[in-house]
Design a protein around this ligand. Structure first.
Ligand code: NAD
Ligand code: ZN
Ligand code: ZN
Length: 391
C-alpha cells in the first residue's frame, strides 16, 4: 500500500483544502445534553488511537465523546478497521489532521446516546457507520453526492474524531448511519463503511459495467477486489485483474476474476489485446492511484469504452488524446458518496455478496498498534482488511 497510498492523500488533502473556504458547519447549538460526560465530577474517559504527528500514534485515554449537536449520536464501537488513508495520515500526507485527533472512519457499533433531533436511531440500535458524514439537506446531498456535503463529507478520523476508539460521535446521524438488520454478521458489514461502496460506485457504476462486456481492473488491493466482487452483479463476460503482487492476483481468482495478469512479469497491454480479440476492454477500472496505472488503462480501453478512475492521485498523469480523441471513450472520476450503501446491504443480506472475503486478520481493539504493524506490511503479511474488536 506504499506508492499508491502515498499518493492517496494529496487529493483528499487538496479536496479538504478547497473546502476550508466552507467550514464544517454543525447543527445549531441548542443542545440539551441527555447525559453528562462527568462521573463524580470527573470526565469519563475511553481508550482511543490518537495521532501525534507523522509516524507517531498511541493507544491512550481520551474524553468519552458527548452529544454536541442535537443531530449527533454517540456510538459504542463494536468493530472497526484500518484504511490505507490512515497510513497516509500517519505519514503526514494530510496536514489538516491535527495533533490529538482520533483516527478511523469505518466501523459498526451500538447507539449509546442520541441527540434530541435524531429521529431514526435510539439507544441500543446496532449501526453501520458510513465513512462519509452527510446532512441530507444541502445542495450536494440532494444530488446524492454525499462526499461533497457542505456540512460533512469525509470528516471522521480527519477533521473530527474517528472510529478507532471505544466510542465515537457521529454528526447528522440520521443520514450517516445505517441500521444493521437483526441476525447479521456485523463483522462483514464493516466492509460497507467504505470499501464496497467505493469499488462499486467509483469503479462499477461509473465504469458502466454491462452484461457480457469485458472489464479490466488495474490494482487488486481491497478496493480493486471490492470492484471485482460488485462488478459481478452485472455478469460481465470477462473480468481481468492486473497487479504486480501474485498473492493478491491469486485472491482475485478466488473472487471471480476470469483472468489475472502480473504486469511486473508480463506485458499487460498485449495480454489484454489477446484476451479481447485485439480491441481492448469495455471498462478499464483504475484502482491504484499512480500515473503508470492510469496510463495503462488508456491503453486497455476499447472504442466506446469507459475508464473509471478510483485511485487517489498525487501527481498529474499524461492524457493520450492523440490516440483517444477518436475512440468515443468516457473518463470518470469520483470520491465515494456511499449513496449505494443501503442497496449493498440488501445484497449482502441476501447472501449474493460476502464481504467477509476481504477480511484477513483479527485483533482486539486494544491491540491496534500491532494491527497497524501488520497492515503497514500488507504484502509480506498477506493482509487485506484487518478487523479490530472492542471487547
Ligand atoms: N475514490 C475514492 O473515493 C477512494 C476511496 C478509497 C480509496 N481510494 C483509492 O483507491 C486506491 C486503491 O486502494 P487500496 O486500499 O486497494 O490500495 P492498495 O495499496 O491496498 O492496493 C493497490 C494495489 O495496486 C497494486 N499496484 C501498485 N502498483 C502497481 C502497478 N504499477 N501496476 C499494477 N498494480 C500495482 C498493489 O500491488 C496493490 O495490490 C488508492 O489509491 C486509494 O487511495 C479511492
Ligand atoms: Zn477508507
Ligand atoms: Zn449535505
Amino acid at each position: 500500500m506504499q506508492p499508491t497510498l502515498h499518493t492517496s492523500l494529496y487529493i483528499l488533502k487538496s479536496y479538504k483544502m478547497n473546502r476550508t473556504t466552507t467550514p464544517v458547519k454543525t447543527a445549531k447549538p441548542t443542545v440539551v445534553l441527555k447525559e453528562s460526560n462527568k462521573e463524580n465530577g470527573m470526565h469519563k474517559t475511553m481508550k482511543a488511537l490518537v495521532y501525534h504527528g507523522p509516524g507517531r500514534k498511541s493507544w491512550e485515554d481520551k474524553s468519552k465523546p458527548t452529544i454536541e449537536n442535537p443531530a449527533d449520536v454517540i456510538v459504542k464501537i463494536i468493530k472497526t478497521t484500518i484504511c490505507g488513508t490512515d497510513l497516509h495520515i500517519l505519514k503526514g500526507d494530510v496536514p489538516e489532521v491535527t495533533l490529538g485527533r482520533i483516527l478511523g472512519h469505518e466501523g459498526v457499533g451500538i447507539v449509546e446516546e442520541a441527540g434530541n433531533a435524531v429521529t431514526d436511531f435510539k439507544k441500543g440500535d446496532h449501526v453501520i457507520i458510513s465513512c462519509v458524514t452527510s446532512c441530507g439537506k444541502c445542495v450536494y446531498c440532494k444530488r446524492s453526492m454525499y462526499s461533497h456535503c457542505v456540512n460533512g463529507g469525509w470528516i471522521l478520523g480527519h477533521l473530527i474524531d474517528g472510529t478507532q476508539a471505544e466510542y465515537v460521535r457521529i454528526p447528522y446521524a440520521d443520514n450517516s448511519l445505517y441500521h444493521i438488520p437483526e441476525g447479521s454478521d456485523e463483522e462483514a458489514l464493516v466492509m460497507l463503511s467504505d470499501i464496497l461502496p467505493t469499488g462499486f460506485e467509483c469503479g462499477v457504476l461509473n465504469g458502466k459495467v454491462q452484461p457480457g462486456n469485458t472489464v479490466a481492473i488495474v490494482g487488486s488491493g481491497p478496493i480493486g477486489l471490492a470492484a471485482l466482487l460488485t462488478a459481478q452483479f452485472y455478469s460481465p463476460a470477462e473480468i481481468i485483474m492486473i497487479d504486480s503482487d501474485d498473492n493478491r492476483l491469486a485472491t482475485a481468482k478466488t473472487f471471480g476474476a476470469t483472468q489475472t495478469i502480473n504486469n511486473s512479469k508480463e506485458n499487460a497491454i498485449e495480454r489484454v489485446k489477446e484476451l479481447t480479440g485485439g480491441i481492448g476492454v469495455d471498462t478499464a477500472i483504475e484502482a491504484v492511484g499512480i500515473p503508470a496505472t492510469f496510463e495503462l488503462c488508456q491503453s486497455l480501453v476499447a472504442p466506446g469504452g469507459v475508464i473509471a478512475n478510483i485511485g487517489v492521485h498525487g501527481k498529474s498523469v499524461e492524457l493520450h488524446l492523440e490516440t483517444l480523441w477518436s475512440k468515443n471513450i468516457t473518463i470518470t472520476t469520483r470520491l465515494v458518496d456511499t449513496a449505494t450503501t443501503p442497496m449493498l446491504l440488501n445484497i449482502v443480506q441476501s447472501k449474493k455478496l460476502d464481504p467477509k472475503l476481504l477480511i484477513t486478520h483479527q485483533f482486539k481493539l486494544r491491540d491496534i498498534i500491532k494491527a497497524y504493524d501488520v497492515f503497514q506490511h500488507a504484502a509480506k503479511e498477506k493482509a487485506l482488511k484487518v478487523i479490530l474488536t472492542n471487547e
